[in-house]
Design a protein around this ligand. Structure first.
Ligand SMILES: [Zn+2]
Ligand SMILES: [Zn+2]
Length: 135
Protein backbone atom coordinates (compact mmCIF):
# COMPACT_ATOMS: atom_id res chain seq x y z
CA UNK A 1 0.00 0.00 0.00
CA UNK A 2 1.32 3.43 -0.89
CA UNK A 3 0.77 6.25 1.58
CA UNK A 4 0.55 9.77 0.17
CA UNK A 5 0.99 13.11 1.84
CA UNK A 6 1.47 16.80 1.16
CA UNK A 7 2.02 20.18 2.75
CA UNK A 8 -0.90 22.57 3.23
CA UNK A 9 -0.44 24.40 -0.10
CA UNK A 10 0.43 21.29 -2.12
CA UNK A 11 3.85 22.50 -3.34
CA UNK A 12 5.39 19.50 -1.56
CA UNK A 13 4.05 16.04 -2.15
CA UNK A 14 5.51 12.78 -0.93
CA UNK A 15 4.85 9.09 -0.60
CA UNK A 16 5.79 6.12 1.52
CA UNK A 17 5.77 2.74 -0.16
CA UNK A 18 5.58 0.68 3.03
CA UNK A 19 4.03 0.93 6.46
CA UNK A 20 5.92 2.77 9.22
CA UNK A 21 8.10 0.80 11.61
CA UNK A 22 6.98 2.91 14.56
CA UNK A 23 4.64 5.77 15.42
CA UNK A 24 3.87 7.89 18.43
CA UNK A 25 3.27 11.26 20.00
CA UNK A 26 6.25 13.50 20.64
CA UNK A 27 5.92 15.87 23.60
CA UNK A 28 9.35 17.52 23.26
CA UNK A 29 9.66 21.30 23.35
CA UNK A 30 11.10 21.43 19.83
CA UNK A 31 8.07 19.69 18.35
CA UNK A 32 5.77 21.97 20.35
CA UNK A 33 7.57 25.06 19.09
CA UNK A 34 7.77 24.00 15.46
CA UNK A 35 4.18 22.77 15.22
CA UNK A 36 2.51 25.25 17.57
CA UNK A 37 0.63 22.27 19.03
CA UNK A 38 0.78 20.58 22.42
CA UNK A 39 2.08 17.31 20.94
CA UNK A 40 3.17 16.12 17.52
CA UNK A 41 2.17 12.69 16.16
CA UNK A 42 4.90 11.13 13.99
CA UNK A 43 5.38 7.94 12.01
CA UNK A 44 8.85 6.53 11.31
CA UNK A 45 9.47 5.09 7.85
CA UNK A 46 12.59 3.44 6.51
CA UNK A 47 14.36 6.10 4.40
CA UNK A 48 14.30 3.87 1.34
CA UNK A 49 10.49 3.69 1.58
CA UNK A 50 10.01 7.47 1.56
CA UNK A 51 10.45 10.05 -1.18
CA UNK A 52 9.26 13.46 -2.25
CA UNK A 53 7.29 13.25 -5.49
CA UNK A 54 6.81 17.01 -5.96
CA UNK A 55 8.88 19.95 -4.77
CA UNK A 56 11.91 20.14 -2.55
CA UNK A 57 11.66 20.88 1.16
CA UNK A 58 13.52 23.64 2.93
CA UNK A 59 15.76 22.25 5.66
CA UNK A 60 16.19 23.65 9.16
CA UNK A 61 18.94 22.24 11.38
CA UNK A 62 17.21 22.00 14.75
CA UNK A 63 20.19 20.49 16.60
CA UNK A 64 23.70 19.19 16.00
CA UNK A 65 22.29 15.93 14.62
CA UNK A 66 18.66 16.73 13.74
CA UNK A 67 17.03 18.43 10.82
CA UNK A 68 13.46 19.46 10.02
CA UNK A 69 12.07 19.54 6.51
CA UNK A 70 9.24 21.94 5.71
CA UNK A 71 7.49 23.81 2.90
CA UNK A 72 9.06 27.20 2.24
CA UNK A 73 5.74 28.48 0.83
CA UNK A 74 3.12 27.47 3.41
CA UNK A 75 5.32 26.45 6.36
CA UNK A 76 3.99 22.92 6.87
CA UNK A 77 6.45 20.82 8.87
CA UNK A 78 6.84 17.50 7.07
CA UNK A 79 9.78 15.47 8.32
CA UNK A 80 12.50 14.94 10.89
CA UNK A 81 15.82 13.25 10.20
CA UNK A 82 18.53 12.39 12.68
CA UNK A 83 22.07 11.97 11.40
CA UNK A 84 22.75 9.55 14.26
CA UNK A 85 20.00 7.29 12.89
CA UNK A 86 20.06 7.44 9.10
CA UNK A 87 17.84 4.41 8.68
CA UNK A 88 14.56 6.21 9.31
CA UNK A 89 12.74 9.43 8.52
CA UNK A 90 9.92 10.57 10.77
CA UNK A 91 6.92 12.10 9.07
CA UNK A 92 4.46 14.34 10.89
CA UNK A 93 1.26 12.32 10.69
CA UNK A 94 -1.01 15.32 10.15
CA UNK A 95 0.57 15.88 6.72
CA UNK A 96 -0.37 12.40 5.50
CA UNK A 97 -3.48 12.27 3.31
CA UNK A 98 -4.94 9.50 5.49
CA UNK A 99 -3.59 10.15 8.98
CA UNK A 100 -5.96 7.57 10.44
CA UNK A 101 -3.70 4.85 9.07
CA UNK A 102 -0.93 5.69 11.55
CA UNK A 103 -2.20 5.28 15.11
CA UNK A 104 0.36 6.22 17.78
CA UNK A 105 2.06 3.34 19.63
CA UNK A 106 3.81 5.33 22.36
CA UNK A 107 4.44 8.74 23.92
CA UNK A 108 7.98 10.11 23.98
CA UNK A 109 9.60 13.04 25.80
CA UNK A 110 6.80 13.07 28.41
CA UNK A 111 9.13 15.06 30.71
CA UNK A 112 8.01 18.15 28.75
CA UNK A 113 4.37 17.19 28.19
CA UNK A 114 2.00 20.14 28.49
CA UNK A 115 0.27 19.80 31.89
CA UNK A 116 -3.30 20.15 30.58
CA UNK A 117 -2.84 17.84 27.62
CA UNK A 118 -3.36 14.09 27.82
CA UNK A 119 -4.86 11.30 25.78
CA UNK A 120 -7.07 8.48 26.98
CA UNK A 121 -4.91 5.48 26.13
CA UNK A 122 -2.66 2.88 27.74
CA UNK A 123 0.28 3.40 25.38
CA UNK A 124 3.76 3.34 26.92
CA UNK A 125 4.90 6.74 28.14
CA UNK A 126 8.62 7.48 28.09
CA UNK A 127 10.15 10.44 29.92
CA UNK A 128 12.69 10.93 27.13
CA UNK A 129 13.24 9.41 23.71
CA UNK A 130 12.11 5.88 24.55
CA UNK A 131 13.49 2.63 23.19
CA UNK A 132 14.44 4.14 19.84
CA UNK A 133 15.40 7.63 18.74
CA UNK A 134 12.32 9.80 18.80
CA UNK A 135 11.18 12.81 16.90
ZN1 LIG B 1 3.28 24.14 1.08
ZN1 LIG C 1 9.78 16.04 19.36
Amino acid sequence: MIHHGSCLCGALQFEATADPIDAGYCHCRMCQKLSGASALPWAAFLVNDFRYTKGKPKVYRSSAHGQREFCADCGSQIAFRDSSNEKTVEINVGTMNEPGRFPPRCHIWCDSKVEWFDTDDDLPRYPKSGPRDGA
